[in-house]
Design a protein around this ligand. Structure first.
Ligand code: FE2
Length: 391
């Protein structure tokens, strides 16, 4: 599906952080990053710090001669108030650089707090697209999961005081340095490795069929799908004993992040919204539960591309293009089940028709932009039917 590019008349833009360092012990690159810094603030959470995952980060910063302070009060689905607190610590402490070390919630908090510390505006003024006043303190992002791709995006996802999801997109939020070090995922708990890895697969698949995909995002998305299909089982089921699989997953998650930041996502990221807001299901796990169901709905609109997905996932598919396309759905069901994540939502609670209607309201209200990028049009009845199929 990469042929015929010359016939396309559009000019495409590629968005990326300034620099990406990846590989085992890439964390040592933080020494050069902090060479001129007297002090650094590490934004993380207590579990990550408690497990010692930030130790090599601190060592690299201290090798640069920087003193290191911590802000660890980041929780999943971070509140805007946590970002404000982190920005206050940065402003009061006068830290020269900010280093986010964690999953997507931590990295998003590090991004926006770095900008807020430099620009004294109310955080609510930064919400939405292009409203951050300018670049923040020098920022390095160090993922400790192989999943969200947040280290290479300019997106932050937060919740307000009423629990409503609020998103910030701004080129000023791109990191100066992303450090992708598979050593940091060595002790990742299996359910987290599975959920975040399937979030990365969702990014790659949604990017590959997005209405805003580009020739460049296609290349990234295809390779990420192939790498995840070959390595997610090993990274989850063998974890710390399978360096090769974790390396490939770390790289694939970053590549998938670069794919979707240049193409947008799709209906999975919209339909999972109420699973998080109403039932507290984590982002990656929710995506994993709905991905195959949304793919099944989308197959008729992008048959050749879903046949590609089946090939990239190593499905032994035969028959017509349509048959091979549906084999991609089966392959994702199998992969998700193999890594221990349910492929249905019925266990979450009493999901009667009224509840599914309410989910649909929420998906359209808060995630219309993702629905708009889905390759097959969706109306309310379509969304309710996908939820029904997933029960
Ligand atoms: Fe995601």
């Amino acid at each position: 599906m990469l042929d015929g590019l010359a016939s396309r008349s559009s000019t495409y833009d590629v968005q990326s952080p300034d620099r990406i360092a990846y590989g085992f012990d890439a964390t040592a690159e933080l020494t050069a990053f902090a060479a001129d810094a007297d002090s650094a603030l590490v934004v993380s959470d207590e579990n990550i710090v408690g497990a010692g995952v930030t130790d090599p980060v601190v060592a690299a910063l201290e090798d640069a001669g920087a003193s290191v302070d911590f802000f660890t009060d980041v929780k999943p689905e971070p509140k805007l108030s946590m970002v404000e607190d982190a920005a206050d610590v940065l402003r009061d402490g006068g830290h020269d650089v900010v280093v986010g070390v964690g999953g997507g919630s931590v990295l998003d908090t590090a991004k926006l707090s770095s900008a807020l510390a430099e620009h004294d505006v109310p955080i609510t003024d930064t919400l939405g697209m292009g409203n951050v006043p300018g670049a923040g303190r020098p920022l390095a992002l160090v993922p400790t999961t192989a999943g969200t791709g947040s280290e290479v995006t300019h997106i932050g996802v937060f919740s307000d005081s009423e629990g409503v999801k609020r998103v910030v997109y701004d080129a000023a939020l791109f990191a100066d340095l992303a450090v992708v070090d598979p050593e940091l995922t060595r002790s990742l708990p299996k359910p987290v490795a599975a959920a975040t890895g399937l979030d990365a697969l969702t990014h790659a698949v949604e990017s590959y069929v997005s209405t805003l995909r580009t020739p460049y995002s296609d290349i990234l998305a295809r390779e990420a799908i192939r790498m995840i299909g070959s390595n997610l089982r090993g990274a989850v089921l063998q974890g710390g004993n399978n360096d090769e699989a974790r390396y490939q997953m770390s790289l694939a998650a970053t590549v998938a992040g670069q794919a979707f930041v240049n193409s947008g996502l799709g209906a999975v990221h919209a339909l999972t919204y109420p699973l998080g807001s109403e039932y507290g299901v984590g982002h990656g796990r929710a995506n994993a539960m709905l991905l195959p169901h949304v793919m099944e709905y989308n197959v008729p609109a992008e048959t050749e591309r879903f046949a590609d997905v089946a090939d990239l996932l190593g499905a032994d598919a035969e028959g017509s293009t349509l048959d091979r396309a549906y084999a991609s759905v089966d392959a994702v069901f199998e992969l998700t089940e193999d890594v221990g994540i349910p492929t249905s939502i019925g266990h979450l609670g009493d999901l009667d028709e009224a509840e599914l209607e309410s989910f649909t309201d929420i998906a359209f209200e808060y995630s219309q932009h993702n629905i708009d990028r889905n390759p097959r049009d969706l109306d309310r009845d379509d969304v309710v039917q996908i939820y029904r199929n997933a029960l």
